[in-house]
Design a binder for this molecule. Sequence first.
Ligand code: PLP
Length: 474
Amino acid sequence: MVDYIADYYKNIENFPVLSQVQPGYLLSSLPQTAPARPEPFEVILGDVSKYIFPGMTHWLHPKFFAFFPATISSAAFVGDMLCNAFNSVGFNWLASPASTELEMVVMDWLASMLKLPTSFMFSGTGGGVIHGTTSEAILCTLVAARNRAMAATNVDNPVSKLVVYASDQTHSTFAKACKMIGIPPKNIRLIPTTVDSKFALPPCHFRKCIKADVAAGLVPLYLCVTVGTTSTAAIDPLEELLDIAGDYDIWVHVDAAYAGSACICPEFRYHLNGVDRVDSLSIAPHKWLLTYLDCCCLWMKNPSLVVKALGTNPEYLKNEPSESNSVVDYKDWQIGTGRRFKSLRLWFVLRTYGITNLQNHIRSDIGMARYFESLVRSDPRFEIVAPPNFALVCFRFNPTSEFKSIKIESLNRELLDRINSTGQVYMTHTIASGVYMLRFAVGTTLTEKRHVVAAWKVIEKEAQVISTTLKLNT
Ligand SMILES: *Cc1c(COP(=O)(O)O)cnc(C)c1O
């Protein structure tokens, strides 16, 4: 298997980045039932090559520029091998003391790399936990906030009065988590962003909104501030929003799933200014810190609120350290009970690279994104349409100087289709404030500058084909 994987990485550029199969391709190829008798490893592996590979969209392909990258490393790989080898199920301290305490150690390490105040650290008064995804982090903190708010109010049917806030660029997982805890959809305020607000949450609108809600007898519950939005990597103005939120008893969470990793570099840390005043913060090292899916780090100032909301104490898990309240039982910090020894992965990454090389890794990706940006700017038929933040470039094809009255959006849709069906590059799109744009997210582990150059050549070539067709038709 190790050889097979090594060959895969060696040959990865021979595969189309985006899988070209049709829906149902695998369902119709494999038997309807599991084999009655054991099959040899070689036969199974042969079927991986034959059936699984064609249906893979290769996230680790160096010309994968879609969504946000999912970065990996050999360090994390071997850390995870060990995690699998132990297969300890560390729901409470006693079930796996090393798993619990290493998680506390790496969460504090990462907190100090991000220059978080000690109020988020075990060495201070807070603490952190590794969740699978941001969705879980948001759900758990929402539940804690809801319980706190409900204990503080004496209105009838309190959940129906709770209101939550975020921008319209906030990840859809936020609205999903709100629905899960019973916030009425009409009380989910997704405040519109604009080109002028740089696709970030405008504080003045937040102020108006929250004032009006309180005047109407509603109870502000939770503000989700995004540092690095999923569409355009926009950065909500944390400090200004906190100045407003400070007047209300509202839980403030910072979702920095993608961009949080960049804040280990001193030159990007200012994006988290104000974090000392928030209740919780989550970042997903599985996106940009070489750590494999799934690994989302959540820090809280007051973890006891989550423990109070989610804590359980069944007879079959009772033990002395837990009873004496001298340990962390992570089952009470998350949705599930069982949990993997995920901190091994982070520990191996942090130690193998060291802070300096992790910072260099981030800077190298951002450098490649700036280079791509310069290529886009050098071609007058293209334009940058969102402030380029971190390692994401949002742009579009706009040859209006050559061709009057063309439909830019449909032109760009066609361009994206053409690019992705070459199989050489995979990119995705978004629409923000009504503007359709192409997203170029740099950063898979194998990406080098030459891949960025090659991708730009594909983009320009396909754009040229469209231009030529336009010329023929005019
Ligand atoms: C990717 C992303 C998410 C979703 O993360 P999951 O871990 O898949 O739930 C949430 N917020 C932001 C800002 C993201 O970029």
